[in-house]
Write a protein of this length. Structure first.
Lengths: 136, 136
DNA sequence: CATTATTGCTATGATTGATAGCATACATCG
DNA sequence: CGATGTATGCTATCAATCATAGCAATAATG
């Protein structure tokens, strides 16, 4: 093949991320969630009270784009909006959301394990710290 | 912060890829190219004669989506379509395309170097093989 | 109190990606 | 040769993601 792009880390990063995302999307589709949906549920599993803006800042999703995302989750009965003051809303997991979260955890941990298995053992432990250095 | 997602390689991969892509986009914007444009130019720098479909297969871009991409490159005077038989077209770099390619190389090698510099030395050499294992 | 910032939202583009269909042309095999 | 199957390049279209601007209400600050 002799792909002149194969040596570029940036290119490999893009391809790897695409492959990973499409596989994870497929697995999450079985429980009717998108990747961003699952990220929000995982984030809400922490004990902290968070508003829509908080979540957006954490996940790098703009306020405007949080709206349809949270609407979808609310329509699916996974979260609820609870007034925090007269302007802000706390986003909390509903009971259904906590159930769904368990399924999300099951899928994501299996997925992460599979991912890591594909990496030769001598490189495996270096991936996470290397990636985190690229956006910290 | 205690981000419950920070430990997930899949999440880190997504974030790292996003950060990388937006920075590379910004750098390539200075020479009026998008990432896919630059990938095509780099791919065409190989000696092989390639059709639109060939390029699409290499870069995982569908035939339908190659059309506007190549139109853009052709309109910018970077490539030419040369009839190969009565059905297929060879996509070749024009002179302007070869000039642009030099700029692409300058930008991408600087970019890749910067990327690698951000990674702690002990992890650096493991990134590329680990990523390539995730989509090969 | 006056000003400024934040929140949640609407509306709207731009870009990318995926699918379906089509006419033409090539390839294969009896 | 001729029939069938496949590849190519394209149009048209749809869905998803992301970004920007603006707005009304509220909160925070000096």
């Amino acid at each position: 093949m002799h792909d002149p792009l194969a040596e570029l880390p940036g290119y490999a990063l893009r391809r790897a991320a695409n492959a990973m995302m499409s596989e994870l999307s497929a697995r999450l589709a079985e429980i009717d969630l998108r990747i961003s949906d699952a990220s929000v549920l995982l984030l809400l599993s922490g004990e902290r009270t968070m508003t829509s803006s908080d979540i957006g800042r954490m996940l790098d999703i703009q306020r405007a784009n949080m709206v349809p995302l949270l609407n979808r989750l609310e329509a699916a009965g996974l979260i609820a909006r609870e007034p925090l003051d007269r302007k802000s809303m706390a986003i909390v997991l509903s009971e259904g959301g906590r159930d769904k979260l368990k399924q999300v955890r099951r899928i994501t941990t299996a997925f992460e394990n599979d991912l890591m298995q594909r990496i030769p053992a001598e490189h495996r432990d270096h991936l996470l710290p290397a990636l985190n250095a690229l956006w910290g």
